[in-house]
Design a protein around this ligand. Sequence first.
Ligand SMILES: Nc1nc2c(ncn2[C@@H]2O[C@H](COP(=O)(O)OP(=O)(O)OP(=O)(O)O)[C@@H](O)[C@H]2O)c(=O)[nH]1
Ligand SMILES: [Mg+2]
Ligand SMILES: [Zn+2]
Length: 354
Amino acid sequence: MTSLLESYGWTPERQADFAPHAGRGLLPGRIVVQQRSHARVMTAEGEIAASLAGRLTHEAGERGFPVTGDWVACARRPGEGATIQAVLPRSSLFVRRAAGQSQTVQSVAANVDLAFLVTSLNADLNPRRLERYLAMALESGVRPVVVLTKADLATGAGSAAGTVSSALGGVETLVISAKDGLGMEALAGLLSPGLTAVLLGSSGAGKSTIVNALAGEQRMATAAIRDSDAHGRHTTTHREIVLLPSGALLLDTPGMRELGLWDAQAGLSAAFADLEAQVEVLAASCRFRDCRHESEPGCAVRIALEDGRLDRERWQSREKLNAELARGPDRQRRASPGKTRRSPPRITGPVVDE
Ligand SMILES: Nc1nc2c(ncn2[C@@H]2O[C@H](COP(=O)(O)OP(=O)(O)OP(=O)(O)O)[C@@H](O)[C@H]2O)c(=O)[nH]1
Ligand SMILES: [Mg+2]
Ligand SMILES: [Zn+2]
């Protein structure tokens, strides 16, 4: 029989990672709900409330701060609850640049296998908005799947998957409607027992509605979007893992207003791999071998951008994201030359994303 811990994704590898802590009498568990300074941790004995050990708060590096999805080692407190003493090694970590702050990284979810990048077909659908999510998912080592929701409200939903997928270099894309069930089986088909999928996207996209539909019950609150501008109401304000009847795990998150890229050069390259391959071929015909494809004469890439062989919008988007990425770390280095930051960066409140 599957134990409670196993149903939340506990494996022999995690067990091995936990071994040093077992000797100290600590209890393994997974953070299933995370709020500002405390969390709820699923252990073999059931779900318990846990707070963070002060030492961990200080020692947690940029990415060390425990986050929903993390496997942790807890010390039982006399009476009730526990203290999180350590975070076990992660198989993946989805981070972003914290909203409105250029030098603060914010962890969003740990140990996820799959990222559903959720966007509504109802609002003005813009593949460009998904590029950041795609880059961060690829950077985190998480398989991305674009989920286009509310097909029941859209005209031309049938062709949307193809359009969006090709605008994003061929990423896997599903069209669904939680209302009439379209595509829900295909979505569920990507999940399996013990696998964790995180739902990411802006408020009102329909993330929690997906959780409820797959859970077969109202596990997360949902709310209608504003009539005036179709914006969501930031209904979900914490991150939570829901165990589905199928045995898969869904990690619901609050809608993000902005997803700032953080240290995602490889992910960005991967998100634009098709474009980069095209550029590489074209670059062989540039007049100068070290052409930067900016304003050099005889640039084959520029010519291809002019005559439409290269997707100009996609090119511009990549330039913009690359520039954004270059700004962050550079600014940091200039601010403190030769000095690596030892003090943990501020990790902003993990509850509400804005
Ligand atoms: N017609 C239709 N409405 C949907 C569908 N999916 C979600 N909705 C509606 O969209 C609104 C927002 O859905 P939520 O699930 O709360 O959105 P969310 O992404 O969780 O939003 P936040 O928690 O704010 O990030 C609700 O009124 C849902 O009923 C769908 O497939 N079709
Ligand atoms: Mg929600
Ligand atoms: Zn060139």
